[in-house]
Design a protein around this ligand. Structure first.
Ligand code: 8Y7
Length: 277
C-alpha cells in the first residue's frame, strides 16, 4: 500500500489508476467539445466513474498545438461550476487541469484533490497558491508554449533534459513549501516533442520513477499514436492502450485517458499478473 491523500480522498498508488479526461472547452482536441454544457459534463463524469475512473481531470483551457489562449475569467467560468457540480454529486477525486493561480485557488476551495499543471507551476502566482492548497501537484514538462511547441523541438538528450527540467521544478516547489511527496511527474507527451522524443520518453518512464516520484502519463489518442499507426484520432484506442501498457510496465501509475473502461480492464489484468507470486 502507498496511500496518498488527494484532498478529501486517498488513492493507493501501488495500484494503477485511470484519470478520465473531461474537457470543458468549446474546441477540445478529440471530443469536439461535445461535453461543454454542465449537464453533459455530469453525464460524462457519471459514465467515467461507472467505468472505473479514480480521478476526473477537468480542464477549461485547450493546450492543443496552436490553440488560442483563454482569459482567467473564461477559465474560472468554465471550470469551477463543473467541479462544484461533480463534488456535490459524486464521491470522486477531481483534478483541475490549469496553469492559472486563481483557478487553482477556486478549485481547491471546491474540494478538488489534485492540481494538474502542464506548465509545472511556472505561471505568476501558481507556486504560492499551489503551496497554500496543500494538494498534490502533477508537474508536466512542456518545451515552448502551445503556440510554438511543435516548431522543430530539439534536445541534447530528451530523457535527461526533461528530467533536469522536472527536478528544477521540484526544487522550486520545495522552496515554495510544497513537499516532495506531494509531487507527481509527467514527461508531457506531445508537448514540444517529435515522435522519436515521445517514444524515447515512454520507453524510459523508469528513469522518472527512479527519481523517487509517482509518474502520470497522458498518451490518449495523441499524434504519437497516429504517427506510428497512420490512423486518425478516432481510431487510436488500441494504439493508446499498447503505449499505456508499456508505460505501466515501466512504472507509470496514473493514466490520463478518454476511454476509461478499456484502460481500467487492461490495467486490472496487468496489475493482477504483476502481483501474482
Ligand atoms: C496532458 C495533460 C493534456 C498530459 C497531463 C491532450 C491537460 C492534450 N495532455 N496533462 N493535459 N499530461 N498531466 O491531448 O499528457 O489531452 S491536453
Amino acid at each position: 500500500m502507498s496511500l496518498i491523500p488527494f484532498g478529501d480522498k486517498s488513492l493507493d498508488l501501488s495500484l494503477p489508476h485511470v484519470m478520465g479526461i473531461l474537457n470543458v472547452t468549446p474546441d477540445s482536441f478529440s471530443d469536439g467539445g461535445a461535453f461543454n454544457s454542465l449537464d453533459s459534463a455530469l453525464r460524462q463524469t457519471e459514465r467515467m466513474i461507472q467505468e472505473g475512473a479514480s480521478i476526473i481531470d477537468v480542464g477549461g483551457e485547450s493546450t492543443r498545438p496552436g490553440a488560442a489562449p483563454v482569459s482567467v475569467q473564461q477559465e474560472l467560468d468554465r471550470v469551477l461550476p463543473v467541479i462544484e457540480a461533480i463534488k456535490k454529486r459524486f464521491d470522486i477525486v477531481v483534478s483541475v487541469d490549469t496553469s492559472t493561480a486563481d483557478v487553482m485557488k477556486g478549485a481547491a476551495f471546491l474540494n478538488a484533490g489534485l492540481i494538474n499543471d502542464v506548465r509545472a507551476l511556472e505561471r505568476e502566482g501558481a507556486l504560492e497558491v499551489a503551496a497554500s492548497t496543500n494538494l498534490p501537484v502533477c508537474l508536466m514538462h512542456m518545451k515552448g508554449t502551445p503556440q510554438t511547441m511543435q516548431d522543430q523541438p530539439d534536445y541534447h538528450s530528451v530523457v535527461s533534459d526533461v528530467a533536469a527540467y522536472l527536478l528544477a521544478r521540484v526544487d522550486a516547489c520545495e522552496k515554495a513549501g510544497i513537499e516532495r511527496d506531494r509531487l507527481i511527474l509527467d514527461v508531457g507527451i506531445g508537448f514540444g516533442k517529435t515522435l522519436a522524443h515521445n517514444l524515447s520518453l515512454v520507453k524510459h518512464t523508469e528513469h522518472f520513477r527512479k527519481l523517487g516520484f509517482e509518474v502520470l502519463v497522458g498518451l490518449s489518442r495523441k499524434t504519437m499514436i497516429g504517427e506510428v499507426l497512420g490512423l486518425p484520432v478516432e481510431e487510436r484506442l488500441y494504439g493508446t492502450m499498447g503505449a499505456n501498457a508499456s508505460a505501466y510496465m515501466k512504472g507509470a501509475r496514473i493514466f490520463r485517458v478518454h476511454d476509461v473502461r478499456p484502460h481500467v480492464e487492461m490495467l486490472a489484468l496487468m496489475s493482477r499478473i504483476e502481483r501474482e507470486v
